[in-house]
Design a binder for this molecule. Structure first.
Ligand SMILES: Nc1ncnc2c1ncn2[C@@H]1O[C@H](COP(=O)(O)OP(=O)(O)O)[C@@H](O)[C@H]1O
Ligand SMILES: Cc1ncsc1CCOP(=O)(O)O
Ligand SMILES: [Mg+2]
Length: 318
């Protein structure tokens, strides 16, 4: 399906509405640093978090959850087994799941686990540039949990991972890059304050699982913007579109929060408020999205809508 920026932005706004109307249950197997931050971010956006991360429960729960996050930030033995259980059950049940390979590269236990789990074909892989490069086997990783590479430097790694595992790959940074191996979206929203609080990336992984859950329920139809009902149903059910939507909404909430903050502490509070308050109309007005499509015939196949009211490189519906 052709997905130009205007369609992606309309779909982002529509999926935000769907998510709030039908809150997806999101199972999180995540690190001990960000557990509370992540649950609060999910509640704020309108989803229902459940940190079910022990053996003999995790797999069971993955079968009933709307979405699953597997984050490798502090992968103690029990969590490693819980992740394996959940991923197996999610694959059987068709539960969309997100892998966040936190700090892989130099650290052997989580790196081996990330390689094992990625073979089970996550619906989406979300990480910073260094983590995505390391997962693709193209580099050594970042500085602990932080990136040492730009998102564009991770573009080839993201594409090869996406094609190898039939996953959507989301690379976060100043400009986020999201690809399914054919279509690549770049999202220039966000605020650097997200890197000054813990969980800025981890909570995005959970929000991505929530949008994938909303997307799975969305194929029933209903128009999105000026799209017809059939087109909208297929668009909203597309994991690439849902992953873009999560990043668009999340980074716009960060911008709204930054406008009301004086530093990381007030930003953390304002960000939760903004995740709860951001409207579909604000998403349409502020989204800065460009798309390239490897299948498009024209050389330099970047698409941008005619109406571009947002700052460069913005492309959005008026
Ligand atoms: N310099 C920046 N300016 C604006 N937004 C940023 C910047 N760096 C990261 N972000 C945003 O912060 C969030 C977390 O990204 P990142 O810091 O790369 O993840 P991680 O915490 O996993 O390293 C993403 O939503 C991304 O868009
Ligand atoms: C600090 C830290 N250490 C292990 S996991 C973690 C949290 C990382 O959070 P994020 O990737 O969202 O910055
Ligand atoms: Mg991270």
């Amino acid at each position: 399906m052709r997905t130009d920026p205007a369609h992606l932005i309309d779909a982002s706004a529509a999926l935000l509405g769907r998510l709030r109307e039908h809150p997806p249950l999101v199972q999180c197997i995540t690190n001990s640093v960000v557990t509370n931050v992540t649950a609060n971010a999910l509640l704020a956006i309108g989803a229902a978090p459940a940190m079910v991360d022990i053996r003999e429960e995790a797999g069971l729960f993955a079968g009933i959850a709307g979405g699953l996050l597997v984050n490798l930030g502090t992968p103690a033995e029990e969590q490693r087994d819980a992740a394996r259980e959940s991923v197996a059950a999610a694959s059987v049940a068709g539960t969309p799941w997100v892998l966040d390979p936190v700090a892989i590269g130099a650290l052997p236990v989580r790196t081996a686990l990330a390689h094992e789990l990625v073979a089970a074909r996550p619906t989406a892989i979300r990480g910073n540039a260094s983590e995505i490069i390391a997962l693709a086997g193209a580099g050594a990783g970042g500085r602990g949990v932080d990136a040492a590479d730009s998102t564009d430097a991770a573009a080839d790694a993201a594409t090869s991972l996406a094609l190898a595992h039939a996953s959507v790959v989301a690379v976060s940074g100043p400009v986020d890059l999201i690809t399914d191996g054919r279509r690549t979206a770049r999202i220039a929203n966000g605020d650097a304050l997200l890197t000054r609080i813990t969980g800025g990336g981890c909570a995005l992984g959970a929000v991505t699982a929530a949008f994938l859950g909303a997307s799975r329920d969305a194929s029933a139809g209903g128009a999105a913007g000026d799209l017809g009902e059939r087109t909208a149903g297929a668009l909203l059910a597309d994991p690439f579109v849902a992953t873009v939507a999560a990043t668009v909404v999340y980074t716009i909430a960060a911008e709204l929060a930054a406008e009301r903050s004086t530093g990381p502490g007030s930003f953390a509070v304002a960000f939760l408020d903004a995740l709860a308050l951001v409207t579909p109309a604000e998403v349409i007005a502020r989204a800065k999205v460009t798309v390239t499509d490897a299948a498009a015939s024209a050389p330099g196949s970047e698409t941008a809508s005619d109406a571009a009211p947002n700052a460069e490189p913005a492309t959005a519906r008026a």
